[in-house]
Design a protein around this ligand. Sequence first.
Ligand code: ZN
Length: 259
Amino acid sequence: MRRVRHDFTKNGSVLAAACCAVYAKNMQDEVRALLILQDRDRRLLAIAKDLAKLPKDQERARDKLKGDQAHLAQAQLALKEAEVRVKKIELDAETRRTTIKRLKNQQFETRKNDEFQALAHEITRYEQDVDAYETRELEAMVEADAFREAVHIAEKQLSATEAQVKEELARLQQRHQILLDQQREVEVDRTTCAQAVPSGILPLYQKLMKSKDGLAVVALKDQLCDGCHMKVVAGTMIKVQTAKEITQCENCGRILYQD
Ligand SMILES: [Zn+2]
């Protein structure tokens, strides 16, 4: 029986054609055929699990893009708002410059000394205003430059992520194709292997595969079932050792073979 286990674990695929081509002749052969079939079924389960994970991996890759896109949109909005602030300050300063021109014209035309002085006072006030606006405009322009730089960095980041995501999606697509090819190959192999198992055992095996998490046939090691790790009764152990009939673990129901 040790040889059976060795064949199953080390040379399962190589043995497939040879073993499956011959129908089981005795109980040991039946268990061996079941183990090979279980190996193919477990491979198919693993492939199906990997295939099921792919859409989530693709979604995760695209999500990376969404984060960078949102970041860029935010930076672009901040820049636009900063540019509007600069424009508004420019307009406010320009309005005051126009007022200064008007006041200077009035000053030029007046002949009254007190009116001339009052206008001069007003012109000075507006000129101070213009100075203050020019200072604020410079500050706002520096702020806008910082936002412009932030947009530039966000664009570069998005572009790098786009390349990364494109590569990741291509890799996932390739993996998808590889898994589909493997699935097709193992399915063909599995059909051949199933033919080597006596049809009488198949329903029990298939039922156990579904209910026992893809592990229907397990070794009995030192009277312990390798599926549920419970100790089996002596009668079960003897039946497994003599290998005259298919024996199930009385705790979990899995089919046992002597390790
Ligand atoms: Zn068990």
